[in-house]
Design a binder for this molecule. Structure first.
Ligand code: NAP
Length: 345
């Protein structure tokens, strides 16, 4: 459907969305839309509806902001749409913040748009759209654990191990001598074994086979309450820390549970960690370190030698409901990376 181009007010720009990625993480933005404020970012016109956010690239095609010329290319958070009207503020040589009035209630990082020249290889743009928000989570979570001496873990047990955020975390924990044990579903076992980031892999039903005498940190991407209980009971007082990062198999935060054996889960929220780096004046140094290591990771998972992921490009938005339904019911093949090119030409 062709919609009329919006009339810009003074200070606004129109971004034409070039490509964005969808993964299970986008489902979580919807699930936590109220709790974590994601619905505020791109308000839907009809009440009772929300616009699911996605990460990707866009080009400024109209501008009434003197410091943002037409042709500027940006990376950031967009609705599943063809265009977005934005109000750039806090413009620096590297980025701007969308200062639109409704963009409140979430960590600042969601309102930040980095200037990003077009890669000569569009594949790298697609990999960035898929992995940037996920790998930055893996990376900051590993920093968080490293800053705490990995809780002296002898092993990390990582659930939803086939998820990109999970295997990115295993990759970022490579400097710890502790074993990286994957927990995954039967259908994704072969994929997980082939990744090369884990020391060993077990199906969820096989949890009891993991050595419970080793000091363990649980890195939880599934959010599954039954699994959490089984993990805590199995490792008992050898469970040093429960780091809750994701909820691929849950639709809310865990309730306080006094009957849970061992340490209560601690939610790790990458966006708050990034805001903290900014508040401490460390943003630039962090991003330099991060960008360098992200390149290496993208080469490892998406390069031409044994890539873990095959890119699947969808032109237009028509396939989005089917792809999202696959994330909802867990039927999506983790080896496929879904990229959307919303504007056909
Ligand atoms: N805390 C933070 O700051 C932060 C930031 C980014 C992402 N995350 C979270 O990290 C998690 C992973 O996101 P991702 O985009 O990396 O995932 P992904 O690559 O799309 O991986 C999805 C995996 O999750 C499991 N899964 C998904 N849907 C399922 C269902 N309906 N039933 C059963 N299993 C299902 C499957 O793994 P298995 O078969 O291996 O279980 C599947 O391979 C999400 O919950 C996301 O919100 C958190």
């Amino acid at each position: 459907m062709d919609l009329p181009t919006p009339q810009l007010d003074e200070g606004e720009v129109l971004a034409r969305i070039e490509r964005f990625a969808l993964t299970t993480n986008n489902m979580t933005y919807a699930v936590y839309g109220d709790a974590l404020g994601y619905w505020n970012l791109f308000p839907a016109e009809q009440s009772g509806y929300g616009c699911m956010p996605a990460w990707g690239h866009a080009e400024i095609v109209e501008s009434r902001a003197s410091d943002i010329p037409v042709g500027t290319r940006i990376f950031g958070y967009f609705p599943i749409a063809t265009h977005l009207t934005m109000r750039p503020t806090s413009v620096t040589s590297r980025s701007f913040v969308d200062g639109a009035e409704h963009r409140t209630g979430t960590p600042q990082v969601y309102n930040l748009y980095e200037f990003e020249p077009r890669e000569s290889d569009p594949r790298l743009d697609s990999l960035t759209a898929i992995f940037r928000a996920l790998f930055i989570t893996s990376y900051t979570a590993a920093d968080y654990l490293r800053d705490r001496d990995f809780f002296d873990a002898e092993q990390f047990v990582i659930s939803s191990a086939s998820s990109k955020t999970a295997y990115g975390t295993a990759y970022c924990l490579a400097d710890s001598p502790a074993q990286k044990i994957a927990l995954t579903s039967a259908r994704n076992m072969e994929f997980v074994k082939g990744l090369g980031h884990y020391t060993a892999a077990h199906e969820y039903a096989d949890l009891a086979a993991i050595d419970s005498t080793r000091r363990t940190v649980y890195v939880d991407l599934s959010g599954d309450g039954d699994l959490r209980r089984r993990v805590h009971e199995h490792f008992g007082d050898r469970l040093a820390f429960d780091c809750l990062i994701g909820s691929t198999q849950a639709d809310g935060f865990p309730e306080d549970d006094a009957t849970l054996v061992g340490p209560a889960p601690v939610f790790f929220f990458a966006a708050l960690q990034l805001d903290a780096y900014k508040a401490e004046g460390q943003s630039r140094a962090f991003m330099q370190r991060y960008r360098h290591d992200e390149r290496d990771f993208l080469e490892r998972v998406g390069g031409t030698e044994q890539p873990s992921i095959k890119l699947l490009e969808h032109t237009g938005l028509e396939d989005a409901p089917t792809v999202i339904a696959g994330f909802h019911d867990g039927s999506t093949d983790p080896a496929v990376g879904h990229i959307f090119i919303p504007n056909a030409s």
